[in-house]
Design a protein around this ligand. Structure first.
Ligand SMILES: NC(=O)c1ccc[n+]([C@@H]2O[C@H](COP(=O)([O-])OP(=O)(O)OC[C@H]3O[C@@H](n4cnc5c(N)ncnc54)[C@H](O)[C@@H]3O)[C@@H](O)[C@H]2O)c1
Length: 468
């Protein structure tokens, strides 16, 4: 196992130990000999666990890692996961038993958001490094427990923020980092989820705040992490509005689940899960174990998250951000504008009338859900300096998920953890915490009608510069 201060090298005779500051990098370094692979255990064998952190790792990193255990509360999904991933390691419904039996080096957490903390804390306390999917967790108390566990452990905690690694966000980071528009003073950031992707969150556990922390946490953690990283400052205060008007009890009717719904013909959101073999194998065939209905009604009355959200965030360096998240847009995309002392930077992805090709929203959603590659060529960023004409930069997208970003993230974790990254894309516990705390603060602000200070949520104190 790998300790922060005294990393055990697995290296035999085949390679050199790669020196690097472990404390500076939030990622553990695994240096391996041929016969000594990283022992990986996976908690949560749903779609994300079995694909991005499952089969993809088996396909691309089998030379340096091996799965030694899989864990899920659903025994049916567990056995499907092993065959889908092509591994023959044992499956467990008890996480502690898995760790005791299989002694993994690294635990990957891909369970329901509100349960992440259990596996992160137990994993660290039982001597493993932990890589968790976003969001780090769903509220400030669990966040503090994770911060405490990370501090008392000598293991590493990695948060798998994949958006940072895509070439487009990376180019924005590079332009801001080199001062293309001077000091940034304010930002407009708007994210639009379409009626496929946006609606999908209301079909399952994401629609319950006790499971997902609402989309302020589950989804916006990605966006807040990008903001924190782009601005290189910590959030200080948040004021927010949110409401549920389109989905949940606001809907025109509701049914049991799409498969058996009497409103199939009239419901624009009807989704025939029986036509998707992977969804059937993963969820429908195993719903008798735990009652997890994947094609649940998005108008069911127990939905208690927001479907429209808007926030103002003040950063510690006095940058003001206007942010919004919509879940029933006719198209899926986002746009951002940074106002700087020397000019303005504008960026956007997938706004239909700003693209030369016509995108099918349902195809886009299929691609997103399959966790497979996306295909695009170049996308523009506008840099408009004060008193000058604007310049359009074309950002190239190599092949691969999120423009090759997914592969870069996994390479950083498993192959080149100590390689220097000028854009500081590796994310650790503080990044995970700061991004969810904006969402937690937004929730609290909606409930109280007042602005919420990030410093009051955990013992983390916002910094003018993130890494200082
Ligand atoms: N970074 C990204 O772009 C991205 C994309 C998709 C999902 N995710 C994250 O990945 C995680 C999993 O999402 P998903 O879409 O695969 O969900 P999912 O519902 O398909 O899978 C979750 C799995 O966790 C299991 N589970 C729930 N509670 C458990 C417990 N207490 N112990 C053990 N297993 C438990 C469920 O049975 C299920 O198999 C979530 O945290 C989500 O936010 C991230």
């Amino acid at each position: 196992m790998i300790s922060k201060l005294n990393r055990r090298s697995f290296l035999g005779t085949t390679g050199a130990f790669i020196a690097g500051s472990l404390l500076a990098s939030p990622l553990s370094a695994y240096a391996l000999s041929k016969g000594n692979k990283i022992r990986v255990a996976l908690a949560g064998t749903g779609v994300r666990g079995t694909s991005f952190w499952g089969r993809t790792l088996v396909n691309n990193y089998a030379d340096i890692l091996e799965f030694v255990g899989l864990c899920d509360i659903n025994p049916g999904r567990l056995s499907y996961a092993a065959s889908y991933m092509g591994v023959d390691c044992p499956g467990f419904t008890d996480f502690e038993e898995m760790i005791k039996t299989t002694s993994p080096d690294l635990v990957i957490v891909t369970t329901v958001d509100a349960t992440h903390h259990q596996f992160i804390i137990k994993g660290l306390d039982m001597g493993c490094d932990v890589l968790t999917e976003k969001p780090l967790t769903t509220d400030e108390d669990k966040c503090q427990q994770i911060l405490d566990a990370e501090r008392r452990s000598n293991r590493k905690l990695i948060v798998g923020f994949n958006y940072r690694w895509s070439p487009y966000p990376t180019k924005i980071k590079e332009l801001l980092q080199k001062g293309s528009i001077g000091r940034v003073t304010s930002v407009d950031f708007h994210w639009y989820l379409n009626t496929y992707h946006g609606a999908s969150y209301f079909r399952r556990w994401h629609g319950l705040r006790q499971c997902s922390g609402t989309l302020w946490v589950h989804k916006a953690t990605h966006h807040f992490d990008l903001l924190n990283w782009w601005l290189d400052s910590d959030p200080e205060e948040v004021f927010a509005y949110g409401d549920l008007e389109h989905y949940g009890a606001s809907g025109p009717f509701s049914g049991d689940k799409c498969r058996t719904c009497p409103h199939k013909a009239e419901c624009k959101f009807f989704w025939d899960i029986t036509r998707d073999k992977r969804m059937m194998d993963l969820y429908v065939k195993n719903e008798h174990y735990d009652g997890y209905i994947r094609d649940n009604c998005l108008f069911r009355p127990e939905i208690n998250i927001y479907d429209k959200m808007s926030a103002q965030i003040k950063y510690r360096d006095n940058t003001f951000v206007n942010y919004s998240l919509t879940t029933y847009s006719p198209f899926e995309g986002w746009r951002i504008a940074f106002n700087g002392m020397d000019g303005r930077l504008e960026a956007w992805l997938d706004i239909p009338w700003m693209k030369s090709d016509n995108i099918s929203q349902s195809e886009m959603h299929k691609l997103e859900m399959s966790q497979e590659e996306e295909i695009r060529d170049t996308e523009p960023i506008i840099v408009h300096k004060l008193w000058e004409d604007y310049k359009k930069l074309d950002v190239k997208f190599p092949k691969g998920g999120h423009g090759g970003g997914d592969e870069l993230l996994q390479d950083k974790v498993f192959r080149t953890p100590d390689q220097e990254d000028p854009f500081e894309r590796a994310a650790g516990v503080r990044d995970g915490a700061m991004s969810i705390l904006i969402g937690v603060a937004a929730r609290k602000s909606i409930e109280s009608g007042e602005q919420v200070r990030i410093a009051e949520l955990t013992d983390l104190k916002p910094r003018v510069r993130r890494l200082s």
